[in-house]
Design a protein around this ligand. Structure first.
Ligand SMILES: NC(=O)c1ccc[n+]([C@@H]2O[C@H](COP(=O)([O-])OP(=O)(O)OC[C@H]3O[C@@H](n4cnc5c(N)ncnc54)[C@H](OP(=O)(O)O)[C@@H]3O)[C@@H](O)[C@H]2O)c1
Length: 197
């Protein structure tokens, strides 16, 4: 039986992920900036995806309250401005989120891809890599499974402190796609000589 997925935020990322996860057989609820619905969705969910802008993280965490306790909390946020980066200092945004939501199990995932590529895990026939960083073994395993079910090649990217690296990779993706003009039909793939079991 697949986990019930609650997505906080139903913009580009929330909407695409809801569609993709439903196709993959998950039960999914996605909510926007409606505090009552946020807490209900977080309570109902077994795994929560936080798909809100960086500046809304504080509010979203407060709205979810204790409903996120003990659950995987998947952080898709990218920190792409000097102000956002200054707000977290030497830490990653995901580690700062873990400090704000101490009883949830924060993992970093999805942020290295553009929303339009998140539901299939592929661009054309090319499979994309799904990096997941986190400290909780079970939360990481469930998130890796979710990426696999969406069609990605899942790769354990280590502890939550490595989220800093994934956030940098997310920024490189944004730079390549927008500032350097490659567009959003791009994505990262880790090439391995051996296919994992
Ligand atoms: N777009 C991409 O390609 C992409 C790729 C990788 C990572 N990301 C990251 O994913 C996150 C979402 O990006 P997006 O493009 O989906 O943004 P978006 O289209 O602007 O959607 C943001 C969503 O967050 C909701 N929201 C705002 N404040 C909230 C609150 N306090 N509680 C609950 N929901 C709240 C908004 O609700 P309302 O509509 O009701 O205001 C909206 O549904 C960002 O952190 C971004 O850095 C985006």
């Amino acid at each position: 039986m697949k986990s019930r997925i609650g997505i906080i935020g139903k913009g580009n990322v929330g909407t695409i992920l809801k569609g993709g996860l439903e196709l993959a057989g998950y039960q999914v609820r996605a909510v926007g900036n409606e505090p009552k619905a946020v807490v209900e969705t977080a309570k109902w969910a077994e795994l929560i995806i936080l798909a809100v802008p960086f500046k809304a993280l504080d509010d979203a965490v407060k709205e979810m309250g204790e409903s996120a306790n003990g659950k995987p909390l998947v952080d898709v946020t990218n920190l792409y401005s000097p102000e956002m980066l200054a707000a977290v200092g030497s830490k990653s945004g995901a580690e700062v989120l873990q400090e704000k939501s101490q009883k949830s199990k924060v993992v970093k995932a999805f942020n290295t891809h553009f929303a339009k590529n998140m539901a299939r895990g592929h661009i054309g026939n090319e499979q994309l890599t799904f990096f997941v960083a986190g400290d909780d073994k079970d939360a990481k395993a469930k998130t890796l499974e979710l990426g696999k079910d969406l069609g990605f090649d899942p790769v354990d990217a280590g502890p939550l402190s490595n989220a800093k690296l994934l956030e940098a990779l997310g920024n490189l993706n944004i730079q390549l796609g927008y500032a350097l003009g490659l567009g959003a039909d791009i994505g990262f793939r880790l090439v391995r000589a051996k296919t994992p079991p």
